[in-house]
Design a protein around this ligand. Structure first.
Ligand code: ADP
Ligand code: MG
Length: 320
């Protein structure tokens, strides 16, 4: 594009809350034929709410209780055994482990614990495992909060929680395992809301002849539930994808000659944003994502993805 056309496109973009990092980005955006969305924080609000807390009994029998029914007596004197914690203690340990995590899933757990009046402990150690969860030492206990992969990676068998995990995932919730001292102790679940305009954005992109895909670190059941709600074909869902594999998945899509726009918000999306023909970051997302991206959407509106592509087309049309 000529400098003048680039200027027009950039200005038009800025007026519409779409920031292009340079003129060549505008040109690349015009050639995009596939849009790959991240799920959490991109198609959904990412504003998670804690909905369920489950304490597993010794034999793995689910001793389930709705999270809003939990009482606030966890900081009392009872010393729970490692595989027989009550719901309050499962939640208190999970929330303590998640205290320093910026992940929306973590924040919902911490807020849920606060609402239930639980006193959190400061973790002695804390480690974020991208795309899997967190590992922390809380009150001298080894606490894991995350997905099956996280536990398996640490040699902890998630099987005793399998039924509870599936039940919650079928409800479209993100269920997370809580392991304490090497054994699964319970499950916590967060629920998220699909953004109002996600379905419209997918429909608009499709109308323009673009293919639309969903890539997420979340599990298959939850991912498909969201895909169905926004109009993405179940065959175009890639679930359980690790951050580094998100970039590989993008390269896979593009290896057939496709030109993909990846849209994401998280640290975990940054590698994929970098390898995509065009990386687009949600403006409320993390700085790492914004830095890795070519385009930043200042609003959280998925319809601005359509706008970005339209502006690039309009700009290029001007110089032809
Ligand atoms: P997404 O691709 O949907 O943004 P992530 O790649 O960040 O999701 O995470 C993938 C999965 O890893 C989550 O669905 C969750 O099961 C687990 N996970 C990631 N971070 C955390 C965390 N801080 N606490 C608990 N679980 C987590
Ligand atoms: Mg995300």
């Amino acid at each position: 594009a000529t400098p003048a056309a680039t200027m027009v496109g950039s200005t038009l973009g800025a007026q519409n809350g779409v920031l292009f990092k340079g003129g060549d980005v505008l040109e690349r955006a015009k050639d995009v034929d596939t849009v790959v969305f991240d799920k959490t924080g991109t198609l959904t609000t990412g504003e998670m709410t804690l909905t369920d807390v489950v304490a597993l009994e010794d034999e793995g029998e689910g001793a389930r209780a709705a999270a809003d029914g939990g009482d606030a007596a966890a900081d009392g004197g009872a010393v729970a055994t490692r595989s027989q914690l009550d719901e309050s203690e499962v939640l208190r340990l999970a929330a303590s482990a998640e205290r320093d995590s910026e992940h929306p899933l973590a924040q919902a757990i911490v807020e849920g614990a606060a609402e239930r009046g639980l006193d959190l402990s400061a973790p002695d150690s804390f480690e974020n495992v991208p795309g899997q969860g967190v590992r922390a030492t809380v009150d001298g206990r080894e606490v894991l909060v995350g997905n099956r992969r996280l536990l398996e990676g640490d040699g902890v068998d998630p099987a005793p929680a399998a039924d509870e995990m599936e039940r919650l995932e079928r409800e479209g919730k993100t269920a997370m395992l809580v392991a304490v001292d090497g054994a699964v102790a319970g499950v916590v679940a967060d629920a998220d809301t699909v953004k109002e305009s996600s379905a419209d954005a997918v429909a608009d992109l499709r109308e323009r002849g673009l293919d639309v895909m969903l890539i997420t670190g979340d599990n298959e059941r939850t991912a498909r539930a969201v895909a169905e709600r926004v109009g993405i074909d179940p065959d175009d869902v890639r679930a359980g994808v690790l951050p580094e594999d998100k970039a590989d998945a993008l390269e896979d899509v593009q290896s057939t000659g496709r030109k993909a726009m990846m849209v994401g918000d998280g640290v975990n999306d940054a590698p994929a944003l970098a390898v995509a023909h065009v990386g687009t970051a949600i403006g409320s997302g993390t700085d790492v994502a914004i830095e890795a991206a070519d385009v930043t959407l200042m609003r959280d509106d998925p319809l601005d993805v359509v706008k970005a592509i339209r502006i690039s087309e309009a700009t290029l049309a001007k110089i032809k």
